[in-house]
Design a binder for this molecule. Structure first.
Ligand SMILES: Cc1cc2nc3c(=O)[nH]c(=O)nc-3n(C[C@H](O)[C@H](O)[C@H](O)COP(=O)(O)OP(=O)(O)OC[C@H]3O[C@@H](n4cnc5c(N)ncnc54)[C@H](O)[C@@H]3O)c2cc1C
Length: 477
């Protein structure tokens, strides 16, 4: 596990912006600060003339007076104010971290990356792209089990309609590779641990990057775009054809099978909504309920859709077949057809659905209606609150753990498509990018109102005389 370094805050921020990563060593920052201190002290000569002496490494300030006249508190404030100005570069250097406490010296938490993105589907890619474009140091870690991997073509992503999902991800990564601060590796994240170092919060992300090689990287923020996994039943023939004639979403693949004979797989309580989604593509629809039609399921179907669900199905001529499915046999493969260059073109698959009573029917396309689960448990293990099996987020994609964002299918928006994945990836970055700066700004405010006041008090105590002496200007107020 690598421990993040702590470096001078303002300068580190400036350097990081200018050069990516590098912060000036402490020695060089203090030299600059001392030079500036001297310059300011010189500029004050002829006025109240402060002079400096170093004793045992400490700055001592003596006030040489032209007359023995007692100085008023206002004059003293002027002197102290000028001295404070001369100290400012040192104070900036020695300022508390933007995420630390006041007792922490002059630090910014230096992590391996600003952000680690887990998952390289469209949500993670959108996040990485946005991070690269604002020069955040970002690492994307991807285990490569994309939800839409089995499908032939990705649809309903304007500009990319009808291209293979792998081609889309490759093109996205090609473009992102032009951004120098954005990096990506293959690997599986096994743990995301929230840590803090002297008041600065960060995360240690542990990953298996190659055949059991475990490594850890640190980052200030983490974006989880880890996706969902479809829970398909063990019906022989179903899994093999999922994404290729047996689909999950009509927007993704329905149009290519419009006017073909359709079947709806899955529990009856979800089936009426599924029919409503495809009915504009064809009315030759059979609900293959596989023994799930019960009075309870009918009531739930009405809750999910609308009262009189069965009348609705009947009105469209949709049949409900409650026989038990024993297997699905592919008779024809739509991928065998010559591919059109148009974004959408008909695809002709054909399936035979065998029932346990020995009978069967044929359908050209099947729409599956099965549950899904988190592809990865890293969010839950890190303590992220869940909502109906998804990582609960607010409108900025922030989870219940400050600094951890959840994007794409895996979050609680309950919207599972590429456009949502792209939007949420971007949305999270817009928020966290500004949030990192907001944290810095908050500390600067705190410093000016608290640390500077303390420093004024200290300087006042040093330059003020003892009660009864000519230089005594009263208590600091
Ligand atoms: C068959 C099918 C076809 C679809 N077709 C379309 C379509 O045409 N148009 C459309 O808009 N939507 C379509 N979708 C939906 C679309 O696939 C998802 O909405 C989209 O992929 C969500 O993107 P994501 O980035 O959230 O997740 P994913 O694309 O699933 O990517 C998640 C990534 O995170 C990785 N990951 C998970 N855990 C870890 C870990 N611990 N460490 C590292 N990496 C990890 C996974 O391996 C994976 O690579 C389809 C879905 C299916 C099932």
């Amino acid at each position: 596990m690598s421990t993040p370094a702590l470096v001078g805050s303002r300068l580190a921020v400036r350097c990081r912006r200018a050069a990516g990563l590098v912060a000036l060593p402490r020695s060089s920052t203090s030299t600059t600060a001392n030079r500036r201190t001297l310059a300011v002290a010189g500029a004050l000569k002829g006025g109240h003339l402060p002079s400096r002496q170093r004793r045992k490494g400490q700055m001592r300030v003596h006030i040489r007076t032209r007359s023995k006249k007692l100085r008023s508190p206002a004059e003293m404030r002027g002197i102290v104010g000028a001295l404070l100005l001369s100290f400012l570069p040192r104070l900036v250097d020695a300022a508390p971290s933007h995420c630390g406490s006041r007792s922490v010296p002059a630090v910014e938490l230096r992590t391996d990356y600003d952000v680690i993105v887990v998952g390289g589907g469209p949500s993670g890619l959108a996040a990485l792209s946005a991070l690269g474009r604002v020069r955040r140091r970002a690492l994307l870690v991807d285990s490569g089990e994309y939800r839409n991997a089995p499908t032939r073509h990705m649809h309903d992503v304007p500009g990319f309609d009808g291209i293979p999902p792998a081609l889309y991800r490759w093109a996205a990564m090609q473009q992102i590779s032009h951004y120098e601060t954005a990096h990506a590796i293959n690997g599986t994240v096994t743990h995301v641990d929230a840590e803090s170092n002297k008041g600065c919060s960060y995360f240690t992300v542990t990953m298996d990057i190659r055949n059991g090689t475990i490594t850890s990287k640190t980052a200030r923020k983490v974006i989880l775009g880890t996706g969902l996994r479809d829970l398909l039943p063990d019906t022989p023939g179903l899994r093999e054809s999922f994404g290729q004639g047996i689909y999950w979403c009509p927007w993704c693949d329905g149009m290519e099978h419009a006017d073909q004979s359709m079947g709806v797989l899955g529990s009856f309580e979800k089936a009426v909504v599924a029919v409503a989604e495809i009915i504009t593509l064809n009315t030759d629809v059979v609900v293959l309920a596989n023994g799930t039609v019960t009075n309870e399921a009918r009531a739930k179907a009405e809750e999910e859709f609308a009262p009189n669900s069965e009348a609705y199905l009947g009105d469209h001529g949709v049949r409900v077949d409650n026989r038990t499915i024993s297997r699905i046999v592919r008779l024809k493969h739509g991928a065998d057809e010559k591919r059109s260059t148009r974004p959408t073109a008909p695809e002709h698959d054909l399936f035979r659905i065998d029932f346990d009573d020995g009978s069967s029917i044929e359908r050209q396309v099947l729409f599956a209606n099965y549950p899904s689960e988190q592809q990865s448990a890293v969010g839950q293990q890190a303590g992220v609150d869940m909502r109906a099996g998804r990582m609960a987020v607010d409108s900025n994609m922030l989870t219940s753990i400050p600094g951890i964002y959840a994007v794409g299918d895996a979050n609680s928006d309950n919207s599972t498509n590429v456009l949502h994945a792209l939007y949420t990836g971007k949305r999270a970055v817009v928020h966290l990018h500004v949030d990192l700066e907001r944290e810095l700004s908050g500390t600067l405010r705190k410093r000016s109102s608290q640390s500077d006041a303390e420093e004024m008090r200290k300087i006042w105590a040093r330059v003020n005389g003892e009660p009864g002496q000519p230089l005594y200007a009263g208590e600091y107020r």
